[in-house]
Every structure is written in C-alpha cells, then in structure tokens.
Design a protein around this ligand. Structure first.
Ligand code: C2E
Ligand code: CA
Ligand code: CA
Length: 750
C-alpha cells in the first residue's frame, strides 16, 4: 500500500488527451454546475466509461473549485445508501468518514490534500458507508484548470481497496507484531523459535521457552468489558517487557497467552526466578479507566534440547507445564517433566469421575473445629468437602475443587455443601457456627443470595450461625455487583469471612470497605511467621490491630505445632483452626460433642517441625565410580537426602545421585549408620514450582548423543552409565558397597 502522493499545483493543464475520459470530462466541466447531464453524450468513450463504472472496478468523480461534487459514479451513491442527485453539490468530504480510525494508515487529511490544488494519488479514506459495512477507497485526482489557468476543481477516480487493506493488516499481523500490544505476534514467535532451535541444535546450545497465561483475565473482560480487557493486555505486555532481557523474544500468542523465548539459559534456578518475577509483576494491581483490578499469571517452562528438540515438541512440553501450573492453583510456575503426562491424564479421569460423584453419594462434608485461643473452646466449625473415591480412596479438596471450578461443577457441589452444612448445623445442640466455603465462581453467579436464603429457610438455621468464607479474588472485578451481593448477604443476616488472607494480592483496603466479620490468615503465612526470618509476624500483628479496630475476629489457619500456637496467642489472634486442636471430624462426632457439651479441646502436637524435609519413599540410583546402586530415598530437602539400601558406607564418600530424567546431583556422605546414609548435595536442589524439588541442571541430550544414544529430548527413567572418560581398556572396578536387596522399605515404593 503506497502513501498518497501529493504533487505541486501545475500552472497550466496540458491539453494532452491522455485518456478519452479525461478529455471528455475536461471539455464539459468548465462550468461549476453539475456536469452529469452533459457527461454521457452519445460518444463511445462515454459508453466505455459507463461499462467501467458498472463493472465495479472503479468509479469517477469531479468537484468544483469549492470542492463540491459535480459528478460521482452511481456506484458511490448506491454504496453510501444515498440518492445520486442528493450528492451533487455536496462537499466531497461528505463521502468519507470524518474520523480516522486509531491506528489506521491515514497519513494526511482530505482537506489538506485538496487544498494543495495539485495532483494526488492513492489517498486511502474510509467511505461513509452505513455502520457494519466497512469500506475503504483509494482516491486519485488531478486539478482542472480553466481557460485562464484558473483552478476549477478536480476530477479523479476512486477504487475500492477494502480487501487489500484487510490482507495487508492480516499480513502485518502475521509477519511482525501483535497490533494490540506491540509484542511479537504468534507467527513471528513461531518463526523465531523454529530458527533458534534449528541453529542451536547444530551449535549444541540450549534455549528455554516460557508459556504465560493470565489468571482471571476472562473475569475482567466479562465484567469491565472488552476495551478494558484490551487495555489490561497492553499494560501486562509492558510489564512483561520490563522484566525480560532485551535479547529474549516476548510475544503474544493471542487472547491472554504470552510467550517468552530465552536463548542460552538452561539453569532451572535462573528460569524459576524469572518465572517468579513475571508472576509477581503481572499480579500487581492495574488501574483501568479509574477502576482497580488484579489478575495473576501462571507460567510453564520447557527447555531445549532436554524437553524437546523441535519447536512443536518444545511448545507441547511448555504447554503441558503451563497446564500443570494452572492446576496447581494458579499464580505458579512449573517445569516440564515427563510425569506431567500422567498428571494431565489423571486430571481428566478425576473430572470424569467427579461428574457423577454427588449422585453416587461419594461426597460428604467434614467439620473442622475453630477454637477460641483464650479459652480453648470450640466456637464453630468449617465445613470441608470430602470425596471418597471408589478406587482412589480419599481425594483431597485441593485436588478436586480446582477441577470442579474448571469443569463447571463447582456450583452444584457448592450448593450441596451449603445445604448439607446448614442442615447439619441446625441439628446440633447449642449455637456453634458453621462456616462454608464459597467459590469465587459461585459468588459471581446470579442466585447466590436466594440460594443462601433458601438453605437457611429449609434448614431453619439462624442466619447468624452461618458464616460464608470468601477469598479476595471476588474483588478482582470490583464491580458494583460485588458490593450489591455483599449488601444482600448482610441483609440476610449471615456472617462473612475473608478466607486465605496472605496468599493473593492481600490488601488491607478490602477490609475497610467490605463488611467482613472475620479474617482468616492463610496457613502458609502462619507457618512462615513461626519459622522467623521474615516480616510475617509483624504483618499478622498489624492485621490483628486493624481487625480489632474494625470489630472483626481473626483466625489463624493451619496451626500444627505448640510453638506456632504460642506465637499466634502472643500476636493476639482470636481464633485458631489447625491440627494442633483437631482435624476435620464427621457430623456424628460433632453432633455427639455438641450434645455432651464437650467443647473444650486441649492443644496437642509436636513442639516444632522441620518443614523443609519431606518424608517419602522413592527409589533412586546412586553412582559411585562406575557402579550404580539402587537405593530408597527416605527424605529429601534442598540441601540433602536420607538414603537406605547400602551397608557400611564410609563418611566422606562421594556419590552421584541419579534422580532420573537426567537429573544428577553430586553428594557427600555426611552421616552413615548401618544401612542408612545422610547425603549433602554439592549444589542445592531448587523448587520445581510445585511441591517438588529438582536439580538446576540436567544431563544434556547432546552429551548423551556423544555417548552413543540417539539425539532426543530426555526420556523418562534412569539412563545407563555414561562412560565419563573412564578408560574402558582398564575394565570396570569391583563394587565397593554391599547392597541390601528387596528390603522392607523399598518394597513399599510404588
Ligand atoms: P481452606 O478453606 O483454606 O480450608 C482449610 C484447609 O486447611 C482444609 O483442607 C483443612 O483440612 C486444612 N488444615 C486445617 N488445619 C490444618 C493444619 O494444621 N495443617 C494442615 N497441613 N492443614 C490444615 P482441605 O479440607 O483439604 O480443604 C482444602 C481447600 O478446599 C479449602 O481450603 C477450600 O479452599 C477448599 N474447599 C473445601 N471444601 C470446600 C467447599 O465446600 N467449597 C469450596 N468452594 N471449596 C472448598
Ligand atoms: Ca476456607
Ligand atoms: Ca483458608
């Protein structure tokens, strides 16, 4: 598409008959009156002009010196839905839309161009067609001069270029940048990834791919409208640029999906940090048209050549990692590993089974006591869904609630839980409260208020004995609806609790404006406070002070140890819900306690726990010289592991631990007792973004290929010993450690 060309006015219009049409019009339009009547006299040229016009290939126009239309092809009137005659004498500009569309390719305005009284060509303007019929015309013209060389107007032609423009816009979109955010387009990202991976494969270099998906974007789009959604995407894109390196390619794949190509980085520690930074910056609040909103982000990471060699394979891996990150509860990152295939399959199965779980009577509600920290007396219970799966056994809500939310099953489940909890609580003696979780998805739906009213009505439970637990994500849209729902619920007389405070974007601002009766401080926040070395204790103190001023209660969740309980008491938190008092119990047990007035619970539990150490039973390999031993890993932390299966290993022995999938860690034996050894890793493990740990680096597929394996992404499992420069002519040494075969513990490994 070329820019319009404006030429200087010509002093004398040459009488050269370039085209028959020109000559004809030129000859007849000396006067400023409409020329149509005289235009098509019975000349052959007039006939030809008409055929041309009727073909739709183009159209003609002429204006007088005041830019009033003296002729225009019938096609134009038809296209504009106006009467042909009515157009004559009208300003030429009236054929076009007044305002250029933002971002369109207009470079100069029509009055400016016409005012120059010179030739111009290919000026693209949007036709004043009725709404819904977008049409663009390209206009060219030359001035008409009178006998005395005076300017008498223009005559010119027009061309429909709508399709062209669309194609150009399309190819622009395809070839370079995303028009909304200015980031690279999906097409460009694809090309860049393909080119990078092809070149890097030859050069044996690595390249990471990050898939980013915004959490709750749809909510903003739905509640604040698409223009606000667009604005949010733009701001999110700018933030992404800010936290990424110039050498990385950042693109938008469409919708709320973004991608970053990170060349020459395969250190998962570094990539995890980058992913955290991305999540943190995207999760900061946005202001859009004066409205504040908050979204989140999930990130999936895959690294070539480990997780895929070609771009489609690597993309699939990163997608799967993203899917896993989302399922982990959003606001997380996750590295690809081949286990994720099973995880994804598992989830599909869970979703399938969940559809009939209610009808099959597999779902129940359990009640966890909420205890007054001063008196050790139960003040109420939180209703928690339980799913007893016929094959899997108890499936925790942390697994099935997110599935239910995604699969549109949370509304019936949530309603069932609410009605059941109200009915159960109504049957208890005394006035203990019951708290029920309300998913943000339920909160957004119409009919929540009437459903709550009906559950209260049917069960006969006093409204002030029901507490609804709501997470702060219901504020994301900050629409009037949220306020109205809160007001309507308060009017019913039920209590409201802000759940999981300290996990999302926790703002004390909500507390001042929303009518909460209670703040529940999240488990992770509480645990960290007890471990010290952070500001959580100070923050909890601040939350408690504010809550006291506002007349709200506070509950610390997930208190497991006596140490933590002591701290929580010192911080004047009014209530505790945690294993230190009790786990969730079934309704019969609660009913009995209430009947017998058995409401005081003595706290009990360990004094403190090392929370970084996970107990597990997993088979791994340890390599010493050129021997591999199979051992059982009993626990694992970032800095070390406890293994069982080898006898009498001297202190200081160096092992290479094979965690499978190319994850090797050099470790030293720092403790050795009989058949169990404590290992310390030379390089600490890092978080895999979920609950697990992983090594920063993995065995490179290039190294495996050099050792004779085919070049491919890392397969699952453990690999045969790679001969690391050991001289094979010397032969292999004898194993130095005795291994216990099939010991009791390893048989427990799944
Ligand atoms: P939540 O609302 O934060 O519920 C508290 C969770 O912490 C419960 O897990 C509870 O068993 C657990 N917990 C309590 N004390 C301790 C402790 O001392 N240590 C540890 N490690 N955990 C403790 P649960 O029952 O697995 O529920 C998980 C989540 O599932 C709940 O988190 C809630 O978000 C959701 N959920 C459960 N029932 C429902 C429901 O009926 N509707 C909705 N929408 N969500 C539900
Ligand atoms: Ca809750
Ligand atoms: Ca909670």
């Amino acid at each position: 598409m070329s820019d319009p060309v404006v030429e200087e006015p010509e002093n004398s219009e040459p009488a050269r008959p370039e085209t028959g049409w020109r000559k004809l019009v030129g000859a007849k339009s000396g006067a400023a009156k409409p020329a149509k009547v005289v235009l098509y006299e019975n000349s052959n040229l007039a006939q030809l002009a008409r055929v041309f016009e009727e073909s739709g290939a183009g159209w003609f126009w002429s204006v007088d010196e005041l830019q009033r239309i003296t002729y225009v092809s019938p096609y134009v009137a038809k296209k504009l839905g106006r009467d042909e005659k009515e157009l004559l004498g009208q300003p030429f500009q009236s054929l076009f839309q007044k305002d250029a569309q933002p971002g369109e390719l207009i470079t100069r305005s029509l009055p400016f161009v016409l005012g120059k009284r010179g030739r111009f060509a290919n000026l693209e303007l949007r036709a004043a067609t009725p709404e819904g019929d977008e049409c663009w015309w390209s206009i060219s013209a030359r001035p008409i001069s009178g006998p005395d060389d005076s300017f008498r107007g223009y005559w010119g032609n027009g061309l429909d270029v709508t399709a062209n423009r669309r194609n150009t816009a399309e190819s622009l979109r395809l070839t370079s940048s995303d028009t909304l955010t200015g980031l690279a387009s999906r097409h460009k990202m694809g090309q860049r990834l393909e080119a990078t991976l092809t070149a890097y494969r030859v050069a044996k270099r690595s390249c990471a791919l990050m898939m980013i998906d915004l959490d709750r974007f749809k909510h903003v789009n739905d509640t604040l409208g698409h223009p606000a959604g667009d604005e949010l995407l733009k701001q999110a894109a700018q933030r992404l640029r800010r936290v990424t390196n110039e050498k990385w390619e950042v693109g938008r794949l469409g919708g709320d999906e973004f991608q970053v190509i990170v060349p020459d980085v395969d250190d998962r520690g570094t990539l995890g940090d980058v992913a955290m930074r991305i999540i943190a910056i995207i999760s900061q609040p946005y202001t859009i048209d004066g409205v504040r909103c908050v979204i989140g982000a999930s990130v999936g990471v895959a690294i070539a050549p480990y997780d895929g060699l070609a771009s489609d394979e690597l993309t699939r891996s990163a997608d799967l990692a993203l899917y896993a990150a989302k399922n982990d509860g959003r606001g997380r990152y996750r590295f690809y590993s081949s286990d994720l295939h099973d995880e994804a399959e598992d989830r599909r199965q869970i979703e399938d089974d969940l559809r009939d779980a209610l009808a099959r009577g597999e779902i129940s509600v359990a009640y966890q006591p909420v205890v007054d920290t001063k008196t050790n007396q139960i003040s109420g219970f939180e209703a928690l869904l339980r799913w007893n799966h016929p094959e899997r056994g108890m499936v925790p809500p942390s697994i099935f609630i997110p599935v239910a939310e995604d699969a549109n099953l949370i509304a019936p489940l949530g309603e069932w839980a609410l009605r059941q909890a109200c009915a159960d609580a109504a049957s208890w003696e005394g006035s203990a409260r019951v708290a029920v979780n309300v998913s943000p998805i339920q909160f957004e739906r119409e009919g929540l208020v009437s459903m709550v009213a009906s559950a209260l009505g049917n069960s006969g439970l006093a409204p002030d004995r029901l507490e609804l637990e709501i997470t702060e994500s219901v504020f994301m849209g900050e629409g009037a609806d949220t306020d109205a729902t809160f007001a309507a619920l308060k009017k019913l007389g039920v209590r409201l609790a802000l759940d999981d405070f300290g996990t999302g974007y926790s703002s004390l601002g909500y507390l001042k404006s929303a009518p909460f009766d209670k703040i529940k401080i999240d488990q992770s926040f509480v645990c960290d406070a007890a471990e010290g070395g952070n500001r959580n204790a100070a923050l909890i103190a601040a939350i408690v002070s504010l809550a006291e001023v506002l007349g709200m209660e506070t509950t610390a969740e997930g208190v497991e140890t006596l140490d933590t309980l002591e701290l929580i008491r010192k911080l004047r938190v009014s209530h505790v819900q945690g294993y230190v008092y009790s786990r969730a119990l079934d309704n019969d047990e609660i009913a009995r306690r209430m009947r017998e007035q058995d409401i005081e619970i003595k706290p009990s539990g360990p004094k403190h726990i090392r929370s970084d150490r996970k107990t597990l039973f997993r088979k791994i390999g340890v390599i010493h010289e050129d021997h591999r031993y199979e051992v059982t890993m009993r626990n694992l932390s970032k800095s070390g592991a406890l293994i069982e299966g080898l006898i009498d290993v001297p202190m200081g022995t160096k092992f290479v631990v094979d965690f499978s999938e190319g994850q090797l860690a050099v470790a030293t034996v720092v403790r050795s007792r009989g058949h169990s050894q404590g290992l310390r890793f030379e390089v600490p493990l890092i978080s895999d973004g979920s609950v697990g740990l992983c090594t920063r680096h993995r065995v490179s597929p290039y190294a495996l290929a050099a050792a004779g394996m085919p070049l491919a992404a890392l397969p699952p499992g453990q690999y045969p010993l790679v001969n690391n420069g050991v001289d094979s002519k010397k032969g292999f040494s004898l194993p130095q450690f005795a291994q216990i075969e099939g010991d009791a513990n390893s048989r427990r490994v799944a």
